[in-house]
Design a protein around this ligand. Structure first.
Ligand code: PFF
Length: 508
């Protein structure tokens, strides 16, 4: 097999990590979560979640990949051979759980980028989105046919992903993110300034950020903050472990983890200005209260219904504004999608010693086929359920287990020593306590509360027993898949897979 991939510059690595973190979730999830959970006051639980779980776990993943010089599967195998399954489970869960619908949503964004040319959603974007575009059916089992425009656009997304991941990371992902990320930042800033200059923008921003301190007493506000931090930082996916394994020996891991986490969260906060300024303008034009103009749902409804409506009502250049917005979503989505393909490619190549081209082609091919269910008429219902289960029950569980395995089996102290031996900024013992006690305790409690909540209240009116059946099946399937990969024998003994780090190289 050829030499292992390497980043060619520090900036390249950082932009790729930030690219993975900044995704669809930053644009359509954060701002809504903030306003529903106390506006400006939400920043407090969000910030605490970032400090107590986000950044410590980001350092953990960077440190582990860098210390073990391997993908998540090889790294956990090196921690303890009984943990190899976990190193497979994380990227497999994200690849066959999240990625399949995530690429379909990027496909919709691509469709909507084109629709912006003539504001195709017309006067009733809700009916356009749900009836004309998706043709949503009433029941999950009523799949009917594949929606052709979505099939085509999702195919294009998979093709772009394949094209970028086919090449070694320094020529594929690194180059793509060096173009994508600055472009995304510029486009977002244009949207923010443009949005804030609109009449009524101030009202929208006040709505977004006005603190409601009483909300801090609600448990669900805290669970939302922790859940969002995990998803947004791509933690528990195995991605950051793989990315860090391509670094040379002298790499400032602590600083990189801090920059990645802070830039990602700052981006979410700023993107919220682009969203709420425009909604404030809509409230003014329609002469309705802000709560009505903002609608009650974030996620897909915000991006494909509420926001298009507001775009139509802009005083000038609506087409261009729509184009920029959907282009931002598309870019943010693709830079996240490529990262999970890389995480799994890295793991498969470590174990089976096969060529990158073969692995990437198989992953993108099977991924595209798997996406088909979400391209059908009842795709939105499946998307909603899978999203809820993987985010709430898969990722939080992954984070919890990560803390336990590294904190107690590898021992947090040992990993901290490694991180400190290569980083300019040093970790104190405080980090060990966070990984061993604080983060797992919070994540464990969150998990239990979430499970109780779904049993008690169900989810969005779906029948609870049916929901649990679907969710459990998905989780069980991911465990079976991880077991298959674990049981398959290593092509070369893992102890013999030695990727020497580039000792002298210091990336700038
Ligand atoms: N961090 C991404 C976001 O906030 O949208 C989530 C993500 C999803 C990353 C899927 C990677 C991925 F493959």
């Amino acid at each position: 097999m050829k030499e292992r991939s390497r980043w060619s510059s520090q900036t390249g690595f950082l932009l790729a990590a930030i690219g993975s973190a900044i995704g669809l979730g930053n644009i359509w999830r954060f701002s809504y979560m903030a306003y529903q959970n106390g506006g400006g006051a939400f920043l407090i639980p969000y910030f605490i979640a970032l400090l107590t779980a986000g950044i410590p776990l980001m350092i953990l993943e960077f440190g582990l990949g860098h210390r073990m010089l391997g993908s998540s599967a090889l790294s956990y195998r090196r921690v303890d051979r009984r943990l190899e399954w976990f190193g497979w489970w994380m990227p497999l869960l994200v690849m066959y759980g999240i990625m399949l619908y995530y690429t379909v949503i990027i496909g919709w964004c691509l469709n909507y980028t084109l629709f912006s040319a003539n504001l195709a959603w017309g006067k009733d974007p809700a009916s356009f989105f749900l009836k004309d575009f998706l043709g949503v059916t009433g029941s999950a089992w009523d799949l009917q046919d594949i929606v052709v425009p979505i099939f085509v656009s999702t195919g294009v997304v998979w093709l772009i992903t394949w094209f970028i991941c086919y090449k070694e990371v320094n020529r594929g992902i690194e180059r793509a993110c060096k173009i994508f990320m600055p472009a995304l930042f510029v486009l977002t800033l244009v949207l923010v300034f443009w949005g804030c200059s609109l009449e009524g923008a101030g009202k929208g921003l006040e709505f977004y950020l006005k603190p409601d301190w009483s909300k801090l007493k609600e448990v669900s506000v805290w669970t939302s903050a922790y859940g969002q931090i995990f998803f947004t930082l791509s933690i528990g996916f195995g991605i950051m472990i793989a990315y860090a394994s391509y670094l040379p020996r002298k790499s400032n891991l602590v600083q990189n983890a801090l920059i990645t986490s802070v830039v990602n969260c700052l981006y979410s906060f700023i993107a919220g200005f682009a969203v709420f300024s425009v909604l404030g303008h809509r409230a003014l034009v329609e002469n309705v209260p802000m709560a009505e103009a903002a609608g009650e749902k974030g996620g897909a409804i915000l991006a494909f219904v509420t926001y298009p409506q507001a775009i139509s009502e802009l005083p000038a250049f609506n087409h261009l504004f729509g184009l920029l917005f959907f282009l931002c979503l598309t870019i943010a989505g693709i830079s996240s999608a490529i990262s999970i393909i890389e995480a799994l490619t890295c793991a498969i190549r470590d174990k089976f010693q096969v060529s990158r081209g073969k692995v990437v082609s198989i992953l993108c091919g099977t991924g595209f086929l798997g996406s088909i269910v979400f391209m059908c008429h009842s795709g939105l219902i499946w998307l909603d359920i899978v999203d809820r289960f993987i985010n709430h029950y898969g990722l939080v569980l992954a984070g919890f287990l990560e803390c336990v395995f590294i904190g107690w089996i590898l021992k947090a102290r040992n990993l901290r020593k490694h991180v400190n031996s290569v980083s300019g900024w040093k970790l104190s013992r405080m980090w060990d306590y966070l990984i061993k006690f604080v983060s797992p305790a919070i994540l464990g409690a969150l998990y239990v509360m979430d499970v109780v909540d779904i049993i008690k209240h169900g989810y969005e009116g779906y029948e609870t027993s049916w929901l649990i059946l679907v969710g459990m099946n998905a989780l069980i399937l991911s465990f079976i898949l991880a077991a298959v990969f674990t049981i398959y024998p290593w092509r070369r003994k893992p102890e013999l897979i030695i990727h020497k780090p580039e000792e002298d190289k210091v990336l700038v």
